[in-house]
Ligand binder design. Structure first.
Ligand code: PEP
Ligand code: MG
Length: 898
């Protein structure tokens, strides 16, 4: 079996399409080589070896060593250097991980591998640069010691042990902080000695001198890092299956740290924060790539490279355009310049904010790089909500005090109580605080805190630092490299422009679009797209962003088969959803109107009534309210259909449970306090979600159904008389038996006939049901004899199919996710394997009885991209979701159809 894939000198075994086998990095290194870009040679050990490694107690296939030998020989030939060679230039290699999807910073890398006490002398001679050779050796021992040998911070230690050695040395010799590049060759030699001693002390073994031992050790560490803590956390967040495994890339070193004619950088072919078509990135002179990414020194913008190395910069610009034309997408590259000569170390599709994705996709269609369908696919549906996320309130921000500016690294506005440590930030967020994580720089260990924070602010690092990259991908607001932010970790304070802010107490606000930091709390407000599309703001409506967003949505409508409706309970929500492109209402929860104004009193009177007569008296008070509600909704819909569901929740949700409120209610209704208390007690249920709710209410009290139906049809008659079309679809909830539906439908039809007669009008309406209990799904053929439509209530269907309470699952969601019992929260993303089967059965059976039955879904899953895809595939007519998720569902529906 072939496990090792080489590339170099214009030839490669693999290519860019083999990401599953070679990982993203390996596949693209092969591809870049094939299109004749300057890539140092190397080889990829495939992900199949990772699978083998974990299936066979962390051992390797037997033939691997021979294949690696051949890989190294190929590199030696191309580079004219020998691995472990003691005369001439020795071959040094970089060993990096590379999974199918990039997982920035989550796994381990070792640079300068192949150095030992002999090869370092050869390197010195060959380069005539002793300082450089020993700098490489020192870096190598440090990285290898950390990553492969596990010489790391222990419990109770504040700093990395290698860093402690360096700091101690600097103060001993120079009595001050100096930058690493000021260390002399002798300094580096001394550090190598001290590093080796540290390794010996911590591991009990000497540092490996044999270069093949080094290489095998590093490859093993990379495979091992696939299962480290932070990689697992990352995969869980982004739903990357652990079966994928990682590949290992071994690549000939080129050196950005040979002097001032060398350097390293990272860049995006376009701006990944706002999407502008400009070369975007940064570089450091006389540094290796890790220095840029780690964010310890603040680098220069990549365009400034033109001033110091114009020839290399020109070449880099050429590569930029070649890459975009070839990959037809924005690329995120790593490069090194060695003595003025450019080398490409990596390219991948650049992570981007939702705003950038929108602009990239629209611009690239204009540039004829991609077509409309590709443009739709380029906008991640699960990120689209970012575009609708709030900004600072314009009036408030004018009053706020701008304290400092950093690099805008993740757009949007965030305001929160500051925390200087990821764990404490996460703990505070868990308690419900809105937190802002403030650090000198972030590392992958801070991931939990970053997930929990509303925004991230760092004092060091550039726009491609770890903090910036991860924040953008999460859609977090982020500012980096704000050097005016002075952090005191011991005192837990942040000082900006002389003003002191305390952890856990004081607020900071950050504008990740402009990079501005404000003291105190600033209110946030709606985004430009919301202003332009919902609020009728003419200036916002004309901006490129809003225009492009509309264009994207128009293209989605053309590509899609699945319609998108909305879950809306009032005219305002309805109008918002329509402005976002909803094609009607898929669910009005009528009970949501019960709490508005003083109508809850009438509802409570109805619930507490002794008999039908009392109930009818109270229902007569509710009728006009409901009629007004429906009139408003029908008007807002302007002829679009509305699925209106009859009363669903258990009645105890509407009555007061504490003494004081019960006493007040008793006074209002002219009852004794005891009477109210005893009725409320009688309504108590052990399992309310499986209790007296849904159509069970209407079966027990048909007068409720009657009143709601009357409100719907009277409203419909009134609006229709004004010349506006109305299409009510009356929906009966929680049906498990055909007979339940029959009884309710009979009431609805009777009232409809009465109203039409009274108002002398012909109404067109439908009556259907929710499919939200397993028995309803399994007997859908019988139910379809009566139901004119089905709407899947996937919230309850999930609850009842899994036997897991939708309201009580918080207690065990974590262990269920951590143990991968749930790949995703089944109340957010439909459990296609289980609950999905019930949906499929109901569709099949429903259609068998009534071939043209209208099928939709109105559970929370209607706004979840993965679930939308499932609903498209099983052939539903529409999904229905909350107004702000309508664009998300439209995009996901279009993507499912492409
Ligand atoms: C459902 O159960 O999926 C549904 C839409 O109804 P509700 O969430 O109101 O129970
Ligand atoms: Mg329900």
């Amino acid at each position: 079996i072939k496990y090792v894939y080489t590339w170099g000198a214009g030839k490669a075994d693999g290519n860019g399409s083999q990401k599953a086998l070679l990982g993203g990095k390996g596949a693209n290194l092969a591809e870049m080589t094939l299109i004749q870009l300057p890539v140092p040679p190397g080889f990829t050990i495939s992900t199949e070896v990772c699978t083998y490694f974990y299936a066979n107690k962390r051992t390797y296939p037997e033939c691997l060593q021979a294949q690696m030998d051949a890989g190294v020989k190929n590199m030696e030939k191309i580079m004219g250097a020998k691995f472990g060679g003691t005369t001439g230039m020795p071959l040094l290699v970089a060993v990096r991980s590379g999974a199918r999807d990039s997982m920035p910073g989550m796994m381990d890398t070792v640079l300068n591998l192949g150095l030992n006490d002999q090869t370092v002398e050869a390197l010195t001679k060959a380069t005539n640069n002793e300082r450089f050779a020993w700098d490489c050796y020192r870096r190598f021992i440090q990285m290898y010691g950390d990553v492969v040998l596990g010489v790391q911070k222990r419990e109770g230690e504040d700093h990395e042990p290698f860093e402690v050695v360096i700091e101690t040395f600097k103060h001993e010799v120079y009595h001050k902080d100096i930058v690493d590049s000021d260390l002399t060759a002798d300094d580096q030699k001394e550090l190598v000695k001290r590093f080796k001693a540290l390794v010996k002390e911590r591991t009990g073994k000497g540092f490996p001198n044999d270069v093949w031992d080094q290489l095998r050790g590093a490859a093993g560490a990379v495979f091992g890092s696939w299962m480290n803590d932070r990689a697992i956390v990352y995969r869980r967040k982004y739903n990357i299956p652990s079966e994928w495994g990682t590949a290992v890339n071994v690549q000939a070193m080129v050196y950005g740290n040979t002097g001032d004619d060398s350097g390293s950088g990272v860049a995006f072919t376009r701006n990944p924060a706002n999407g502008v078509n400009e070369f975007y990135g940064e570089f450091l002179i006389n540094a290796q790539g890790e220095d840029v990414v780690a964010g310890v020194r603040t680098p220069d913008p990549v365009v400034k490279l033109n001033n110091v190395m114009p020839k290399a910069y020109k070449e880099l610009l050429k590569v930029r355009s070649t890459l975009e034309k070839h990959f037809k997408d924005v690329q995120d590259v790593e490069f090194t310049i060695q003595k003025g000569q450019l080398f490409m170390l990596q390219t991948r599709n650049g992570k981007r904010t939702a705003a950038a994705a929108l602009k990239f996709s629209m611009d690239m269609v204009k540039e004829k790089l991609i077509d409309q369908e590709t443009a739709i696919l380029r906008n991640p549906a699960d990120q689209l909500e970012q575009l609708l996320a709030p900004d600072f309130d314009l009036a408030e921000i004018k009053k706020a005090k701008a304290l400092a500016v950093g690099l805008p690294a993740g757009p949007g506005a965030a305001s929160g109580i500051i925390y200087l440590n990821a764990d404490r930030a996460a703990a505070a967020a868990e308690k419900g605080e809105t937190v802002l994580l403030v650090r000198n720089e972030t590392s992958p260990e801070d991931l939990r805190g970053m997930i929990a924070a509303a925004g991230i602010l760092t004092a060091k690092g550039g726009v491609s630092s770890h903090a910036a990259l991860v924040a953008r991908q999460m859609g977090k607001v982020c500012i980096c490299g704000a050097s005016a932010v002075l952090i005191d970790y011991d005192k837990k304070t942040v000082t900006i422009s002389g003003q002191v802010f305390k952890e856990g107490k004081d607020y900071l606000s950050i504008d990740g679009t402009a990079g501005t930091i404000y003291g105190g709390q600033v209110k946030t407000g709606p985004s430009q797209i919301v202003l332009g599309m919902l609020k009728g703001d003419k200036v916002a409506a004309k901006t490129e962003k809003v225009q492009q967003f509309k264009t994207l949505m128009d293209w989605c409508s053309k590509a899609t088969r699945l319609a998108v409706r909305t879950n809306a309970d009032n005219p305002e929500q309805t109008e918002q959803a329509i402005a976002f492109g909803a094609q009607g209402i898929g669910l009005t929860r009528t009970e949501h109107m019960f709490f508005e104004g003083d109508r809850i009193d009438a509802v409570r009177e109805m619930i507490l009534a002794e008999d039908e007569q009392g109930r009818r008296a109270a229902l007569a008070k509710i009728l006009p309210y409901q009629r007004e509600d429906f009139i408003g909704i029908f008007k807002a819909l302007k002829g679009l259909p509305a699925t209106i569901r009859l009363l669903d929740p258990p009645l105890h949700e509407f009555v007061p449970h504490d003494d004081k409120a019960q006493a007040e209610l008793a006074t209002k209704l002219g009852l004794t306090k005891e009477k109210v208390a005893s009725r409320v007690n009688a309504l108590h249920e052990f399992n309310p979600m499986l209790g007296h709710r849904g159509c069970r209410l209407g079966i027990a009290y048909p007068e409720i159904t009657e009143t709601q139906a009357r409100a719907i049809f009277e409203a419909a008659a009134e609006v229709q008389k004004k010349g506006i079309k109305v299409k009510p679809e009356v929906m009966i909830p929680l049906v498990g038996f055909k007979k339940e539906l029959d009884l309710q439908v009979a009431v609805v039809h009777r009232v409809a006939a009465e109203v039409q007669k009274e108002k002398k009008i012909k109404l067109s309406y439908q009556v259907g049901t929710m499919i939200e209990v397993p028995r309803g799904a399994l007997t859908a053929d019988e139910i379809a004899e009566t139901a004119e439509f089905f709407s899947f209530g996937t919230n309850d269907l999930t609850q009842t199919a899994l036997g897991i309470s939708r309201d009580d699952m918080g207690n065990f969601l974590m262990p269920y996710t951590e143990n991968e019992i749930f790949k995703k929260n089944p109340f957010a993303t439909l459990d296609a394997t289980g609950v999905g089967q019930l949906v499929k059965i109901a569709i099949e059976k429903g259609r068998a009885t009534r071939p043209d039955i209208k099928l939709g879904i109105c559970g929370e899953h209607g706004g979840d991209p993965d679930s939308v895809k499932f609903f498209h595939n099983v052939g539903l007519a529409y999904v229905s979701c909350s107004p702000y998720r309508v664009p998300v569902a439209r995009l996901a529906a279009a993507q499912a159809a492409i």
